[in-house]
Design a protein around this ligand. Structure first.
Ligand code: PRP
Length: 177
């Protein structure tokens, strides 16, 4: 595995996921929720979160393509895949692993709002506010993190590292020559 430094432990993640689920249970009560998971990074987070929710939950998946390379978002987003067809009058929560520039979420929110849900809120596990280009505040947020390249708990570097049980900062020697 890549050289890394643990930033958030498995126990800290589990505790925070429980707290976020508690906030959602309080806010939504018995309302059925439609969770829209952004592939691939948010899959682990969503899987843990929805099992702590008390209301009926539907799940959907979307995947976007961003053009560009490396660890920087290019700014051009297009929808690659979606199972979120019918969201009319639904209470929707869009689930992301990381909010960075905000470009991806901004695009997805606009796309999903066209489906006329009753409500739509954003839930992100990690927030890197220093990188923001679009003014976006998540309604539910796990942790604020510094501007480091992170892997684990769904997040990858070159498609590996998603199955780590914790969140770690990738050692810069792994991606800097
Ligand atoms: C990551 C993350 C968000 C996006 C955030 O996806 O899951 O979708 O980047 O960046 P932004 O706020 O700057 O738009 P990635 O392209 O790494 O895809 P993956 O989840 O499949 O690894």
């Amino acid at each position: 595995m890549y050289k890394h430094k643990v930033l958030i432990t498995e126990q800290e993640i589990a505790r925070r996921v429980e707290e976020i689920a508690g906030e959602m249970n309080k806010q939504y009560g018995e309302k059925t929720l439609d969770m829209v998971c952004v592939l691939k990074g948010a899959t682990i987070f969503m899987s843990d979160l929805i099992r702590k929710l008390q209301m009926p939950v539907r799940i959907h998946f979307v995947q976007v393509s961003t053009y560009g390379t490396g660890s920087e978002s290019s700014g051009t987003v297009s929808l690659h895949f979606s199972t979120a067809a019918d969201l009319l009058d639904r209470d929707v929560v869009l689930i992301e692993d990381i909010l960075d520039t905000g470009i991806t979420l901004d695009y997805l929110l606009k796309h999903l709002k066209e489906k006329k849900p009753r409500s739509i809120q954003v839930c992100v596990l990690l927030d890197k506010p220093t990188k923001r280009k679009v003014n976006l505040q998540p309604h539910f947020r796990g942790f604020e993190i510094p501007d480091e390249f992170v892997i684990g708990y769904g997040l990858d570097y070159q498609e590996l590292g998603r199955n780590l049980r914790f969140i770690a900062a990738l050692d810069p020697s792994e991606y800097k020559p």
